[in-house]
Design a protein around this ligand. Structure first.
Ligand SMILES: [Zn+2]
Length: 90
């Protein structure tokens, strides 16, 4: 068992090919279709809740990074204006 598959996806139970699935797809869609044998895989969100939670956490973390970086950018520009105002007052 030394399979290091870097492509994210689900292994097709019928043809054993990897069906590439993105995190977004897993979270939003209810089924995935195998491009090799056209088998429709239904994503059981109840059964795979733990995995889904982990995935949404990753997704959230990515969103947070974006939020935080824009916040830092805003805070930095605000500090500059405060700083110049303070210098004027003194
Ligand atoms: Zn297949």
């Amino acid at each position: 068992m030394n399979q290091t598959n870097k492509t994210p996806g689900i292994t097709c139970p019928r043809c054993n090919k990897t069906i590439p699935v993105s995190i977004e797809q897993l979270l939003t869609s209810h089924s995935v279709i195998c491009s090799s044998c056209c088998l429709v895989l239904t994503i059981d969100k109840q059964q795979s809740k733990k995995a889904m939670d982990a995935l949404s956490k990753v997704k959230k973390a990515q969103d947070e990074v974006e939020k935080v970086s824009t916040f830092i950018a805003k805070a930095a520009s605000k500090n500059t204006t405060d700083w110049s105002r303070q210098r004027r007052l003194t």
